[in-house]
Design a protein around this ligand. Structure first.
Ligand SMILES: [Mg+2]
Length: 359
């Protein structure tokens, strides 16, 4: 059995709730889709959402890597070699991790569909249904409280709040902590937008705020400054922008600077490298939070399947498809009282909706 057909296309999709994080505001995203088929009619779907600010991969570079012509080398590859093909991309597409992730995810979907089981079961399931956080951007106090109330009303019990830049985050976070029920966990993400004095201030507030995680306070180049934080705060640190791929994970795990890594398929290049980072984390006693960009349900589902097959998984932050004004893909996972579940369908359990696809 061989891969018989590859197609790919690009879509610009508005966000139903534009948001601000440190250094940028987002109201629409460029998503890329890859669809493979083998000569027995099995399909594999993948999707990319490049983030130039995080990985340096522009939408144009991702588009070039995923041109239909650039993917024709996949035609004729043995269907059973799907995962080996995905690993080979690390050498040929080093600078375009989101494009690589789209192909890697499509190959993993095809691999699991040929086996007739969900991807998580093909990889080896260890988790069943964990809660995801949902994210509140940088905004005023009243808007923050209103958005938090809405999410809590929808069943979410993990709120991630973006901080950083020039705002006074302390007052806003303290009001939020008072306003939400005690069983709601709060995480913050500074997107490298703090300096060390602010990080120390956040650490001191940690007790009152009962923060579950503090994500990427400083610029990656300043990781070593994190040693100035008390040990109890460092254990709650999750590094995101500092951990692009497997080599970063190995280096930072050995450095002992943090308690967790944020894994995103669009940073590391897909399910294969993500599982490698998760194995490194486990070996060093670190946890993994699975995160995302603004993405289609296709790649969110792939992250979820990988998350539930990794023992180091402790937290999910996979809300990236919930605010797309539309998604060409359907299925992939369900949100059930703030918890995410995979579907009992082969592969990712996602499909391209009727009428959607390349034009
Ligand atoms: Mg982050």
């Amino acid at each position: 059995v061989r891969i018989a057909r590859v197609d790919s296309w690009r879509e610009r999709i508005a966000l139903s709730r534009p948001y601000r994080i440190a250094f940028q505001t987002t109201d629409a995203v460029e998503l890329f889709f890859v669809r493979l088929a083998d000569d027995e009619g099995n399909e594999g779907l993948g999707s990319a959402s490049p983030s130039e600010a995080v990985t340096g991969e522009s939408a144009a570079a991702c588009a070039a890597a995923l041109e239909p012509g650039a993917l024709q080398w996949l035609v004729g590859q043995p269907g059973d070699a799907a995962r080996a093909c995905a690993r080979s991309l690390e050498h040929t597409h080093a600078a375009t991790p989101a494009a690589r992730a789209a192909v890697d995810v499509a190959l993993h979907d095809l691999w699991a569909r040929r086996r007739g089981e969900p991807l998580v079961d093909a990889l080896g399931r260890v988790h069943d249904a964990l809660p995801t956080s949902i994210t509140i951007g940088i905004k005023g106090e009243a808007e923050t409280l209103a958005e938090a109330a809405e999410y809590v009303g929808r069943g979410f019990r993990r709120l991630k709040v973006k901080i950083g830049g020039d705002e006074d985050f302390a007052a806003r976070l303290l009001r939020l902590r008072e306003a939400v029920p005690a069983d709601v966990e709060l995480r913050v993400d500074a997107n490298k937008g703090l300096d060390l004095p602010q990080a120390l201030q956040l650490g001191r507030l940690g007790e009152r705020l009962r923060l579950e995680l503090i994500e990427q306070p400083l610029e990656p180049a300043r990781d070593e400054e994190l040693r100035a934080l008390p040990e109890a705060v460092r254990r709650r640190l999750a590094l995101d922008e500092s951990v692009l791929g497997e080599q970063d994970a190995a280096r930072l795990a050995a450095a002992g600077l943090c308690g967790a890594f944020v894994v995103k398929l669009m940073k590391c290049g897909g399910v294969g490298p993500a599982m490698g980072i998760a194995a490194t984390a486990r070996a060093h006693g670190l946890g993994i939070m699975w995160g995302c960009m603004d993405e289609s349900a296709v790649s969110i589902a792939a992250a979820l399947h990988a998350a539930y097959a990794a023992e180091a998984t402790r937290w999910l932050d996979l809300d990236g498809s919930l605010d797309l004004a539309r998604d060409p893909a359907q299925g992939g996972f369900v949100v059930d009282g703030g918890r995410l579940r995979t579907l009992p369908a082969p592969g990712l359990g996602a499909r391209i909706g009727d009428g959607a696809g390349p034009r």
